[in-house]
Write a protein that binds this ligand. Structure first.
Ligand code: HEM
Ligand SMILES: [Cu+2]
Length: 552
């Protein structure tokens, strides 16, 4: 049977060696790896800021840092984690994997891809340099609500640098989103119909649609804020007829969909890992894809749930409450399908599977405690308490971060030809899992006890101390777990033998049908695509295919 021959790249990249090979590359795989390295580095920085925050909160009346410094730390912790880690890390996996998974030789616009990558460290320089300017970094929370962020209340240039950094990141992610969409629309291998695309590809597509439609709204509102601060406009200044609620409306029109920009890639990763380590096809492939799309669409209909407590009209509140709760339906469908995939499977308990199951467990908690927020009267009670902080971390840490690590352990052999160490990997998992629950479960209790979010210190007498102590201990356990990961990572890169081979896990998707690491143009020959599991078909011998056997 004929195998699909892959056309040669249309532009022949020039070859450099050493560091220049990486700096000047337009190869989506190198770009993807650099995305991952940068974003994980930023996760570590964000993590250090989180430890500073937790140190201050460990007990009542602790003031290791001034309140002003504390406000900068928690604002920059959240901003770093969101804008420099979770959002770009999804694009990092997308860059490495999407062309491989659809059987393409590169992204549609390789140079724009390189630009999207390098804008990230540039933005980071803007954002972090703000610690060293007069007045310090941004300090009004990652939402930077006006009027707190107007010049009167936030003098100095910290907020301006924050705005510029986030704007640069916006350009980066819109460029990346368009690139993913065009690549998926125009560069799929023969036979790779939309209904056969890997779920990960589906999720990157939905994410990219969200990025392309939502990010410009953030860009507008931040431009207005920048003008208010520097050019004398009064969009958000109530003393001059401006409207602070307009800031919130526009901000959340971006930031709610952004929640799904942060979580859908992780859902895609988990949807690839679970079937492979359950030795079964994904249960309800189509339902998982449609549920992802439904989440994307509903994501644009619910932003006002972030503003319940601002006194919206009753009809608006009611409609938003309904649409918000409807998101639980497709999320539940996915959860059901993931569990159905494992049901009666022959489960293989390797590290990627641990993290994928950890994702299911923690994301479920984050989903359930989110529904509480959707119920307006309950939200009035828990809004702006530590319940919010707990919910955010179950979704973003338990969800996104566990998904990211599932992906790292799963695709590391493809990227390097080497396996990360299993014992160290599982130690990493268990410490992170226990630390995560110790750090964030008590925050639910603290929220119910009325501890407000974003406070630099608190008086004794509320009974908050012990819960905060547990939470801080949990945070440090997470930090230790990351040391195990880093040791594993560097040790493996430095000294492990290349034993992984092309298809170490017996995968389903096309990236396993090429060498590890793949050659510059990705495939010498592709197996024909007849289902959503082309690599499985090829291995099952439905046609004669040998990886590396050149077809031209
Ligand atoms: C070691 C792990 C982490 C710890 C101990 C931690 C701790 C905290 C704490 C204590 C706060 C509240 C600060 C305050 O209100 O004064 C906070 C806020 C926040 N964190 Fe983390 N965090 C961690 C990891 C992450 C990760 C991985 C993400 C995202 C991927 C993240 C995203 C956020 C966000 C968005 C906020 C702002 C919440 C709000 O608006 O009130 N954090 N974190
Ligand atoms: Cu929301």
């Amino acid at each position: 049977m004929a195998t699909g021959a892959i056309a040669r790249p249309t532009h022949h990249p020039r070859h450099y060696t050493g560091i220049l090979e990486w700096v000047l590359t337009t190869d989506h795989k190198k770009i993807g790896i650099m995305y991952l390295l940068f974003t994980i580095f930023f996760m570590l920085i964000g993590g250090i800021l989180a430890l500073l925050v937790r140190t201050q909160l460990v007990w009542s009346n602790t003031e290791v840092f001034s309140k002003d410094a504390y406000n900068q730390f928690f604002t920059m912790h959240a901003s770093t984690m969101l804008f420099l880690f979770v959002i770009p890390v999804g694009a990092g996996f997308g860059n490495y994997l999407l062309p491989l998974m659809i059987g393409a030789k590169d992204m549609a616009y390789p140079r724009i891809n390189a630009l999207s990558l390098w804008l990230i460290p540039l933005a980071a320089i803007f954002m972090f340099s703000s610690f060293f300017v007069e007045g310090g970094a941004a300090k009004s929370g990652w939402t930077e609500y006006a009027p707190m962020t107007l010049r009167t209340f936030s003098p100095g240039h910290g907020t301006d640098l924050w705005i510029l950094g986030v704007q640069i990141l916006g350009i980066s992610s819109v460029g990346g989103g368009i690139n993913f969409l065009v690549t998926t629309m125009t560069m799929r291998a023969p036979g790779m119909t939309p209904a056969r695309m890997p779920i990960f590809v589906w999720m990157i597509v939905v994410t990219s649609v969200l990025v392309v439609f939502a990010t410009p709204v953030l860009a507008s509102v931040l431009t207005m804020l920048f003008f208010d601060r520097n050019l004398g406009t009064h969009f958000f200044d109530p003393r001059e007829g401006g409207n602070p609620l307009l800031y919130q409306q526009l901000f959340w029109f971006y930031s709610h969909p952004a929640v799904y920009i942060m979580i859908l890639p992780a859902m895609g990763i988990v949807s690839e890992v679970l079937p492979v380590f359950s030795r079964k096809p994904l249960f309800g492939y189509k339902a998982v894809a449609y549920a992802g799309a439904a989440i994307g669409i509903l994501g644009f209909c619910v932003w006002m749930h972030h503003m319940f407590a601002t006194g919206l009209s009753i009809p608006l509140t009611t409609v938003t409450m309904f649409t918000t709760m409807m998101i639980a339906v497709p999320s539940g469908v996915k959860m059901f399908n993931w569990l159905g995939t494992m049901w009666y499977g022959s489960l293989v308990f390797k590290t990627p599977m641990y993290f994928a199951i950890g994702f299911l467990f923690l994301f479920l908690i984050g989903g359930v405690d989110g529904v509480f927020h959707a119920v307006v009267p309950v939200d009035y009670a828990i809004n702006d308490t530590y319940w919010v902080v707990s919910h955010i971390h179950y979704v973003l840490f338990g969800g996104a971060v566990f998904g990211v690590f599932a992906g790292i352990y799963y695709w590391f052999p493809k990227m390097t030809g080497k396996f990360l160490d299993e014992t160290l990997g599982k130690t990493h998992f268990w410490l992170m899992f226990v630390g995560m629950n110790l750090a964030f479960m008590p925050m639910h209790v603290l929220g119910l006890m009325g501890m407000p979010r974003r406070i630099a210190t608190y008086e004794s007498g509320h009974g908050w101390e012990w819960w905060n102590l547990v939470s801080t201990v949990g945070a440090f356990i997470i930090a230790v777990s990351l040391l195990f990961f880093l040791y594993n990572f560097f040790k493996t890169l430095a000294s492990a033998p290349k034993t992984a081979g092309d298809d170490p896990w017996e995968g389903n998707t096309l990236e396993w049908m090429t060498t590890s690491p793949p050659p510059e143009h990705n495939f010498d020959s592709l197996p024909p695509v007849h289902s959503e599991r082309p690599a499985f078909d090829a291995r099952a011998g439905r046609m004669s295919y040998r990886p590396g056997a050149a077809a031209h």
